[in-house]
Design a protein around this ligand. Structure first.
Ligand code: S3P
Length: 463
């Protein structure tokens, strides 16, 4: 449990957010499958990525970790060098990314593996990978026959397929691409919108042949069978834009703030939050643009801004799916209505993030309603509160005849053991009157173990 007070002075300072979670997972997985040693810097020491390391160690890969330095050395085993230890399940913890992508790696091996995660992972949909992998010839079954993990994967020979994915999911795409490296012919995944492309970038740098084309029916990502992946020697993981997102929104909603976020990955398949927050009126500047390990990286300056509502839908969703909870927080402090739709995927993340966000923001006094595939938030900007309060001395904003309760207030928030829900409400607490209590601060360790330390670095608001 943690209590957070409203920040009544601006947030100021510089933050170097930890390494990108998606890229850290892939760096360990693909280095394990490559020939040669790989030295990974900027690695995210979060629980999810440590689950990936644990799984690959159990598959016989020698991996050294320097926690303090966030450095990892992987002694690659090559595409055909993994081995099964025994029948004890590989434990993937809270990590859907580990569970899904590793399934595509295990399906073509010459041994049987059982994969299992925590209660949350074991309730998340796995049919989306079971179906394409089975079509490739994999023997992969849901142990309880409910379309979820635990998964029993008996290694099999695979064939190339074309698979049209119903969802734009990088985890599904990556599982099928990994299996495709071992197939007898090319494999194509067609996705309705382009999901994050870190797998394509990193595997290409290791020598795999992967192409992406935009066609009338979606994005076609094609991988050819590979004989070998060759280590690039060093991989520098950029900072995670999904972690930077919390400080972007914090700086935008706490009056007078200015925060510099250093070394943030700004891959266009991930940077939708920057476009949306700018579109809402956010003062956000990218400087020092560069490319690191095949990924675009920048420093980001964010200044407090008067925000207004927007609509977020369709192809925009995959590039900001993990940021939608904290974007909803920004929307609660933006003038007018924000509508988020086409985001039903939020319901099958670490928690049902539509219900978790709506429940939490409503309990803090926001005017918000849940949709099956998103939410509608009627926000009120802090500026209009002050203007109105100054004018009439009352505590309400008059909006075209309707009176909105102007200020969000602290509340007891259930984080649903979901790291992104906990951090979103920690940010919301900074601009809400009084004290907010989060029921669980430890879940931030999944993706951002130093989150509260960094928050205190720019403002002492936690108790
Ligand atoms: C991820 C893909 C996304 C994202 C998750 C990480 C990845 O999930 O939400 O946090 O690293 O591939 P989906 O593939 O389910 O969209």
């Amino acid at each position: 449990m943690i209590s957070i007070e409203k920040a009544d002075t601006p947030l100021h300072g510089t933050i170097k957010v930890p390494g990108d979670k998606s890229i850290s997972h892939r760096a360990v997985m693909f280095s394990s499958l490559s020939t040669g040693d790989t030295h990974i810097t900027g690695f995210l020491n979060g629980a999810d990525c440590l689950s990936t390391i644990d799984c690959f160690r159990r598959l016989g890969v020698n991996i050294e970790v320097d926690d303090e330095a966030c450095e990892v050395t992987v002694h690659g085993k090559g595409l055909h060098g993994l081995k099964s230890e025994n029948t004890v399940p590989l434990y993937t913890g809270n990590s859907g990314t580990t569970t899904r992508i590793i399934s595509g790696i295990l399906a073509p091996q010459q041994f049987t593996t059982i994969l299992s995660g925590d209660d949350s992972v074991n309730q998340r949909p796995m049919k989306r990978i079971i179906e394409p992998l089975s079509k490739m010839g994999a023997d992969i079954k849901s142990k309880n026959d409910n379309g979820c993990a635990p998964l029993i994967i008996k290694g099999s020979k695979l064939q190339g397929i074309t698979w049209k994915s119903a969802v734009a999911s990088a985890q599904v795409k990556s599982a099928v691409i990994c299996a495709g490296l071992y197939a007898d012919s090319d494999t194509t995944v067609i996705e309705p919108a382009l999901s994050r492309d870190h797998t394509e970038r990193m595997l290409s740098s290791l020598g795999a042949h992967i192409t992406t084309t935009k066609e009338a029916d979606g994005y076609h990502v094609t991988v050819s069978p590979a004989d070998v992946l060759i280590s690039v020697g060093d991989i520098a993981v950029p900072g995670d834009i999904s972690s930077a997102a919390f400080f972007m929104v914090a700086a935008l909603i706490v009056p007078g703030s200015e925060v510099l976020l250093e070394n943030v990955g700004v891959n266009p398949t991930r940077s939708g939050i920057i476009d949306v927050l700018k579109d809402m009126g956010g003062n956000i500047e990218l400087t020092n643009n560069r490319t690191v390990a095949g990924e675009p990286v920048a420093d980001i300056v964010v200044k407090y801004s008067s925000l207004h509502g927007t609509t977020i839908y369709g192809d925009m969703i995959p590039a900001l799916i993990d940021e939608l909870p904290v974007i909803a927080v920004a929307a609660a402090f933006a003038d007018g209505t924000t509508t988020i739709k086409d985001a039903a995927e939020l319901r099958v993340k670490e928690s049902d993030r539509i219900d978790a966000v709506v429940e939490g923001l409503a309990s803090m006094g926001a005017d918000i309603e849940a949709l099956e595939d998103g939410m509608i938030i009627h926000g009120v900007a802090p500026d209009s509160i002050n203007a109105s309060a100054n004018k009439c001395g009352c505590g309400n904003v008059v909006n075209g005849g309707a009176i909105n309760n102007y200020a969000l207030h602290g509340a007891r928030i259930s984080c649903h053991k979901d790291h992104r829900i906990a951090m979103s409400f920690a940010v919301c607490a900074l601009a809400a009157d009084g004290t907010t209590i989060l029921d669980d601060e430890t879940c931030v360790n999944i993706s951002y173990p130093g989150f509260f330390k960094d928050l205190v670095k720019i403002h002492s608001i936690t108790k």
